[in-house]
Design a protein around this ligand. Sequence first.
Ligand SMILES: Nc1ncnc2c1ncn2[C@@H]1O[C@H](COP(=O)(O)OP(=O)(O)OP(=O)(O)O)[C@@H](O)[C@H]1O
Ligand SMILES: [Mg+2]
Length: 237
Amino acid sequence: MPTLLKVQNVSKHFQLHIQNNKHIPALHDVSFEMDQGDILGLTGKSGSGKSSLMKCIYRTYLVNSGTIQLHTDSGAVVDLATANEHEVLKIRKTEMFYCSQFLSVIPRVPAVDVVAESLTRKGHDHAEARARARDLLDQLGLPQELWDAFPATFSGGEQQRVNVARAIIAAPRFLLIDEPTASLDAKTKDVVIDLVLALKARGTSVVLITHDQHTLERMSSRRLHLEFGRVRELATA
Ligand SMILES: Nc1ncnc2c1ncn2[C@@H]1O[C@H](COP(=O)(O)OP(=O)(O)OP(=O)(O)O)[C@@H](O)[C@H]1O
Ligand SMILES: [Mg+2]
């Protein structure tokens, strides 16, 4: 398969200005590649740098050094470490979707619209997007009486269902997903795994952070293990 992402010598630290410029290392000289269609499982203890690496790829964080080359759908190679904001926003809009660990709730938007928005943003018809959102929320086991309710008051597991639905409904080319199954029961976990595997079958590439061995074993084709911000192991599953 052709290359999707080539990360080379990425380092990232945080400087806490409120604490005498305290230096917090997060990533040190991280290099790896992934091919199109890979599901890369990102593992490591709490604080090892998993979310930071994902945020560097999504460009929520700027790296201190290194390159993050994305081979885009149009065949161009864009270094996400240095690309301008306009390029990054375009890539986020068209091919890269980030699903954070927790749903950041938009006030007074019903669950079904939070999910449908991923499709309408891409130009899909509103009614069709809502129908597909309902179908997906149903598959994920969100009770029907919650579809038109506001996710702000949902339980952790209910919010996670909305968050996952939002991430997968539009079948992004490249999905970054942080702990998608942490608050879910075993049955729903498997639904999520099957839905993501169905996306992979249609060509989606995935970086997946998980502490869950079952999710990792069923999903990932490759694994990247971080220890104190360094690559400890890169293996084909
Ligand atoms: N915005 C930030 N400002 C300051 N320090 C940060 C920031 N983001 C992450 N860190 C620090 O970077 C290190 C790596 O954090 P990160 O969130 O990447 O870990 P993680 O592997 O995702 O952990 P977990 O499994 O608990 O989610 C930690 O020491 C963390 O405190
Ligand atoms: Mg994290």
